[in-house]
Design a protein around this ligand. Structure first.
Ligand SMILES: [Zn+2]
Length: 439
């Protein structure tokens, strides 16, 4: 017999039942059919025997040895191995030992994580930021967050779920970016288990479940006065605003695309998703969100009809969506036309970020990408020369006054203006040609 029995009973009838149940020949075949063993006391069905025997006798399979050399305990005939071989099973002692080791490791990780988080919590409680130094795109997202969650932005704590109405599809990426740039802080004391974990000895955070907050302004602290700094902002950073608009508009288009995909039972794989985002973002540099919706509507239908052809299936047809979008953009570029009489679907919100774009820059889903990019481009230009000229003029006045040459300097400047130069060039040329007046 390849099964060793250890009895927990001294009842001879029970011992006999166990021996008959496990009896087998050299080929590993059981000698008695289960029905021969019945009835036995209250047992009527063969399905009850194995469970009954587990209470009165442990069976160890001598053909199934653990790495420690002990035979593995089995609970029924089906588990018996016919011949000696290496199986990936452990005996109960080894399983218990592994469990203890895992528990100890878990406890060790937990205490290491607690130590690491204790200093992180202290740091977060002291963290301040300078609202006036926030880049333009950060200010816009914070204003949208303020619309979404109110004073919880700085006076309380919030997580991604609280801000679901920030943008139409994936609000998390806008919030995560603020965190990654050090604008937002996190509060481990509120977090649910699993939000913080150790990776190669260092604490990591899962931002999807983390509780975040806007730390106090260095000078003004956490209050409405500090928040007003965000509302007083004069926007001028073209590049950051263009990027934020493209990210937001892409999110609005993606939301529509995903709805259409659901409608046709299409599932977009991760790699295809990334490519699709690239193509949509590129299209939005020229076209409006509404025009891109029109393309999304067409490509999902084209992919759906492709999937019905014999040499395609749903997945391979869905994988063509990125190149179909690109094709439609190219056709529109050539023909110079694309439908724009689409309406925002009733279920799709513009989100508070969309509202902020509309309030501050009067742009929305109908604004053409090329116009939006031009508008933001001009915004940067119109601010820059003014600031530069003003700085130049202030330095001109200060230096000429300090060197007691203000009249000569103004005469030289007037000469430059008379020669036809504009204010900025005249200031530069006056200083270049008369350095002695400014020393
Ligand atoms: Zn073992």
């Amino acid at each position: 017999m390849a099964v060793k029995l250890q009895f927990l009973t001294t009842d001879p009838q029970e011992i006999e039942l166990a021996q008959r149940y496990w009896a087998m020949n050299e080929q590993g075949e059981f000698l008695e059919p289960l029905k021969n063993l019945l009835p036995f006391r209250e047992l009527k069905h063969s399905s009850q025997i194995a469970k009954y025997l587990q209470e009165i006798c442990f069976a160890y399979d001598l053909n199934n040895l653990c790495t420690c050399g002990n035979a593995v305990r089995i609970r029924g005939r089906a588990a018996v191995k016919r011949s000696l071989a290496e199986y990936e099973r452990y005996c109960e002692d080894c399983i218990e030992q592994q469990r203890q080791e895992e528990l100890a490791k878990e406890a060790d990780n937990k205490s290491k994580l607690e130590i690491a988080l204790a200093s992180h919590i202290k740091w977060m409680k002291r963290k301040t930021v300078v609202y006036e130094e926030f880049p333009d795109d950060v200010v816009l997202v914070l204003r949208a967050l303020y619309s979404s969650i109110g004073t919880r932005l700085y006076a309380g704590r919030f997580n991604q779920t609280d801000c679901y109405d920030l943008s139409p599809y994936a609000n998390g990426k806008f919030i995560n970016r603020l965190y990654d740039r050090g604008i937002l802080g996190d509060d481990p004391e509120l977090a649910s288990p699993g939000t913080y974990y150790l990776y190669e000895g260092s604490p990591r955070i899962n931002l999807e479940t983390a509780y975040l907050f806007l730390p106090p302004d260095e000078k003004l602290g956490s209050n409405e006065n500090a928040i007003n700094l965000l509302f007083d902002r004069k926007f001028s950073d073209s590049e950051s605003l263009i990027n934020l608009w493209l990210d937001y508009a892409c999110d609005d288009v993606t939301c529509y695309l995903m709805d259409q995909c659901n409608l046709h039972n299409q599932q977009i794989l991760d790699n295809d998703y990334i490519k699709i985002q690239d193509v949509i973002r590129d299209g939005l540099r020229t076209y409006s969100v509404v025009q891109m919706w029109c393309i999304m509507y067409k490509v999902t239908r084209e992919a759906a009809s492709l999937s019905r052809r014999s040499y395609y299936n749903q997945q391979s047809a869905t994988a063509t969506i990125a190149s179909k979008i690109r094709k439609h953009i190219e056709i529109a570029n050539r023909n110079g036309e694309l439908r724009d009489d689409w309406n925002r679907p009733s279920s799709q919100i513009a989100g508070t970020l969309g509202t902020v774009f509309e309030e501050v820059f009067s742009i929305d889903e109908r604004s053409r990408g090329a116009d939006v990019l031009y508008m933001f481009g001009q915004l940067g230009k119109s601010q820059q020369p003014d600031d530069f000229t003003a700085e130049l003029a202030a330095a001109f006045m200060k230096d000429s006054l300090e060197s007691d040459n203000s009249i000569s300097a103004l005469e030289a400047f007037a000469e430059m203006i008379r020669s036809g130069l504009d204010v900025e060039k005249a200031l530069i040329e006056t200083v270049r040609c008369n350095p002695e007046l400014f020393e």
